[in-house]
Design a protein around this ligand. Structure first.
Ligand SMILES: [Zn+2]
Length: 60
């Protein structure tokens, strides 16, 4: 089981805890990176010049 240190009172608590049992410090919830929309946007942005290039090459 992973553990982490409370930034408020420096006590080591379980990683799954959302608040420190000693000082009631509330940890910020870990947010998963929204990598899927970011990846889709990146793909579209990267594909646009490719599509333009292909149109120039084949779209006569
Ligand atoms: Zn604490």
């Amino acid at each position: 089981m992973a553990s982490r240190e409370c930034p408020n009172c420096a006590v080591v608590i379980e990683d799954s805890s959302t608040a420190c049992p000693i000082c009631k410090y509330e940890f910020a919830q870990r947010q998963a990176l929204p990598w899927k929309p970011v990846a889709i946007i990146l793909l579209v942005v990267l594909l646009i010049p490719v599509v333009i290039q292909l149109n120039r090459m084949f779209g006569r």
